[in-house]
Design a protein around this ligand. Structure first.
Ligand SMILES: [Zn+2]
Length: 488
């Protein structure tokens, strides 16, 4: 399997760079006292929000110290910590342990049952961090310069804490609910498969399937210095992964006596054709609507015109070139191909019998995988090279926008700025939302944090951090959304 060596490499890298496995490991989080609670008498007001923001920062700092780099994930420690935090506020939770060290946590705040539940979904695992490139220890949970620093601060431990505190704040405030609120913290999002959200949806559908709504990562938000919201992107759909393995076969031999059908040469020729292949530009209805929305806030007149009428723009080679020069726009206007992995001989003097490559293909919603595969076979044009799906492969899913939850997000946004744009980007990557959309649950990606570009680069990058101001904003924004859709 193509993914094996990659997984092994990640594992080795995680061991090599993982500060928790070094001698200077911080004290166990279980030994730390939980930060003080922000007491509430009724719905939070004024200084209550500052208190909840400080509480969010302190909780996030502890949470980051639980190193959940995946693999191996170690989500069980994080789940136990969540259970402790919830229990202090009188919320019992269930921990599922699908594999040693792995866990999913499920907690439920009861409503009167007159409306169906809302799920607050978050993943506990994080990607690896290489401390030598960071200004701080990525697993120390440092709070300084107005930020909480560490791997997961944004993706998505920070959002997980915001979800947790918005639910807990509703309970502390004694707000009566129409619908149950389900807090679901899961494993294995970052490896694209495994025993996390998909495992819960498959093995315990009875716990989630009657839900009407779900909030998850996968949104974006932009605000000015004063905290006025300019733009909220609600993720309603995602491109679908269609990962492929390319295999070339030939005759093995000694490197000193070249064989005419060396599989590495074959593979390289096939990959060269794929690398040169330009997938056609496609405008899907959701992307067209999103670009049209963006045109309304675009300052550059040329780009504004192209976004406003993207179907015309892609017919004009100069406009198309400028649009696709933006990597994000490019990914939304076509099916994409990235050659990412190569495997052949591990000895310089040995011609292997087989050589293979991993290709990360992302299809736009509505694009049939079989047709794409057939096209790729035509491009490669070599019967000694086989192409087959390998790894994450599922059809794209989409949630409608004509819902009470979407209205709640719009209302919460416009309460912050009546002129803010609320739009529905298509995510080029994927989240766990597709597992729940398939169950018929309306699932949106919503971010609680207005980020600038430099802060946004911390996601899967270095110096990942979230500001105390953004945490306070996030708890208030999410509380507002959840209260609008769930309070009586
Ligand atoms: Zn994430």
């Amino acid at each position: 399997m193509t993914s094996r060596p990659v997984t092994l490499l990640l594992l080795l890298a995680a061991c090599a760079h993982n500060p928790a496995s070094s001698a200077a490991a911080p004290p166990a989080v279980e030994a730390l006292a939980l930060p003080p609670r922000t007491e509430l008498r009724g719905p939070p007001r004024g200084e209550d929000w500052q208190g909840l923001g400080v509480e969010a920062a302190a909780l996030l700092s502890q949470y980051i110290r639980i190193n959940t780099t995946n693999p191996p994930g170690n989500e069980l420690s994080a789940a136990r910590w969540f259970a402790t935090v919830l229990r202090r506020d009188g919320v019992e939770s269930q921990i599922f342990e699908p594999a040693p060290g792995k866990a999913n946590l499920y907690a439920r705040l009861k409503g009167d049952g007159s409306a169906r539940p809302l799920i607050l979904l978050n993943h506990m695992d994080v990607v690896l961090a290489s401390p030598e490139f960071w200004r701080v220890d990525p697993f120390a949970g440092a709070i300084r310069e107005g930020y909480v620093w560490g791997r997961g601060a944004l993706d998505m431990k920070g959002e997980g804490i915001v979800e947790l505190l918005s639910m807990i704040a509703l309970k502390r405030a004694g707000v009566r609910l129409r619908r149950d609120i389900i807090f679901l913290a899961t494993a294995d999002e970052e490896i694209g498969a495994g025993v996390g959200a998909g495992w819960m949806a498959e093995r315990h559908p009875e716990l989630v399937r009657e839900a009407e709504f779900l909030l998850n990562e996968g949104g974006t938000i932009r605000a000015d210095e004063a905290g006025h919201v300019e733009y909220v992107g609600v993720g309603t759909t995602e491109k679908s992964p269609f990962w492929l393995e390319l295999t070339a076969r030939g005759t093995a031999g000694h490197g000193s006596r070249p064989t005419p059908d060396n599989p590495v040469h074959r593979l390289v020729r096939a990959l060269a054709r794929i690398a040169a292949f330009q997938t056609p530009l496609i405008v899907t209805p959701t992307v067209e609507r999103y670009f049209h929305d963006l045109a309304g806030i675009e300052a550059d007149t040329g780009r504004r015109a192209a976004l406003a009428n993207v179907r015309a723009a892609i017919q004009d080679s100069e406009a198309a070139r400028r649009l696709t020069g933006d990597l994000t726009y490019n990914a939304l206007l076509r099916n994409t191909i990235s050659i990412t992995g190569l495997k052949a001989s591990d000895k310089t003097n040995v011609i292997p019998p087989v050589a293979s490559a991993a290709i990360d293909v992302r299809l736009l919603p509505g694009q049939p995988p079989e047709a794409f595969l057939a096209e790729l076979v035509r491009v490669v044009n070599d019967s000694a090279v086989t192409i087959r799906p390998q790894g994450p492969n599922w059809p794209a899913t989409e949630s409608p926008v004509e819902t009470e939850l979407f209205q709640a997000i719009v209302a919460a946004t416009h309460a912050r700025d009546p002129h803010a744009l609320v739009t529905t980007p298509v995510l080029a990557g994927f989240t766990d939302s597709h597992y729940f959309r398939r169950l018929g649950i309306v699932s949106y990606g919503v971010s609680p944090f207005p980020l600038n570009d430099s802060e946004g680069r911390g996601v899967h990058g270095n110096d990942e951090r979230v500001s105390l101001a953004d945490l306070t904003f996030g708890v208030r924004f999410f509380y507002d959304i959840v209260a609008r859709v769930a309070a009586r």
